[in-house]
Design a binder for this molecule. Structure first.
Ligand code: ZN
Ligand code: ZN
Length: 350
């Protein structure tokens, strides 16, 4: 079958013809991939930026973790899923045995692995994952909307970590799918004023405005203090979804005393900021990364209710065979979400 793999420590991805995966463990599920999104983390691995060297131990590895599809076969121990079911994949596979797993906090599992990084993923015609990582798609949520769930869950988890509440003023730094997802969900969580900030990112900020995130700021065109002016005051919560270390200090400058900054980016370099000012203003710095099964379940109901409002996040659709072209588009920062579709003649048009 066709698969796109990381096989070398360097820029790029290999188009490969590999044997289709098969169900081996009793709890395995074999899925025919119908839609798979290209994530910022996939682009990092593609471009081989710092932070992804761990992949070297897994070469060759089929990437792809934002996927939905149809079940073809299930292992003998699988209960509640049958061939033909349409599902979305939760990419974090947990062990079920460590103390975090046994105390109901699988997001802190110490033996986790991630589909599309530590095990073969979904830039391929078929993928095998444990049944526990499959969530059945509600009727009315099609394959491409289903494949948006993973980045939305990452965004939703960040909003939870930031404890966004009614009346909050929120700034989101970073106009990629995670930043846009955070801004959209922060409004849903009750924030009255949400500002999405990018830098030289007018295309993606424009796409975000079409999703109802009216307030945006491009730092290539305006000074940073415009942010709090547009917001109507200092922020209660700032989210960093850029992966650019310097944005942490900028974000802390926009935050009110006692406010919370949530970092979600993967940073290739360490960060420096004024720790004394940070301490005296009693600000909080938190980290949000991946999500939890509970977040998946909640996001499925949001998608079932309101998914159509998010279809505009998908700015480019291509067939799986054009994955490499999709990566070039995703890396150009002209796309919000590039979606690869199985058996499709889709072109790179919106
Ligand atoms: Zn992702
Ligand atoms: Zn565990």
């Amino acid at each position: 079958m066709l698969a796109f793999q990381k096989a070398d420590a360097g820029h790029g991805l290999r188009r490969a013809d590999v044997p289709a995966p098969v169900v081996t463990a009793g709890d395995d599920v074999l899925i025919a991939v119908e839609a798979v999104g290209i994530c910022g983390s996939d682009v990092h691995a593609f471009e081989w930026t710092d932070g992804y060297q761990f992949l070297t131990a897994h070469f060759p590895r089929t990437l792809g973790h934002e996927a939905s599809g149809r079940i073809i076969r299930v292992g003998k121990d699988v209960v509640g899923l049958v061939p033909g079911d349409r599902v979305v994949i939760a990419p974090v596979v947990v062990c079920g045995h460590c103390s975090a797993c046994r105390t109901g906090q699988p997001q802190f599992c110490t033996n986790r692995s991630i589909v599309g990084f530590h095990r073969d993923g979904a830039f391929a015609e078929r993928v095998v994952v444990p049944a526990a990582n499959c969530f059945r798609l509600p009727d009315g949520v099609d394959a491409e909307l289903g494949a948006l769930i993973e980045p939305l869950c990452v965004a939703g988890n960040a909003v939870d970590v930031g404890a966004v509440g009614w009346g909050d003023r929120v700034i989101v730094m970073g106009a990629g799918p995670i930043g846009v997802g955070i801004a959209w969900l922060a409004k849903r969580a009750g924030a009255t004023s949400v500002l999405l900030v990018g830098k030289d990112d007018e295309t993606r900020l424009g796409a975000a405005r079409s999703l109802g995130i009216e307030r945006t700021l491009d730092l290539a065109l305006a000074a940073p203090d415009m942010a709090t002016t547009l917001l109507g005051g200092a922020a209660d919560v700032v989210f960093e979804a850029t992966g650019v270390p310097e944005t942490i200090e900028t974000g802390l400058g926009w935050l009110r005393p006692g406010g919370t900054l949530v970092a979600t980016g993967i940073h290739a370099r360490p960060v420096q900021f004024d720790l004394t000012r940070f301490v005296r203003s009693k600000q909080q710095l938190r980290a949000a990364y991946d999500s939890s099964p509970a977040t998946f379940a909640r996001m499925l109901s949001i998608l079932a209710e309101d998914g159509e409002a998010l279809r505009g996040m998908i700015t480019h659709r291509l067939p799986l065979s054009a994955t490499l072209e999709g990566f070039e588009i995703a890396a150009s920062r002209q796309a919000l979400k590039v979606m690869l579709l199985a058996n499709s003649d889709a072109t790179a048009a919106p």
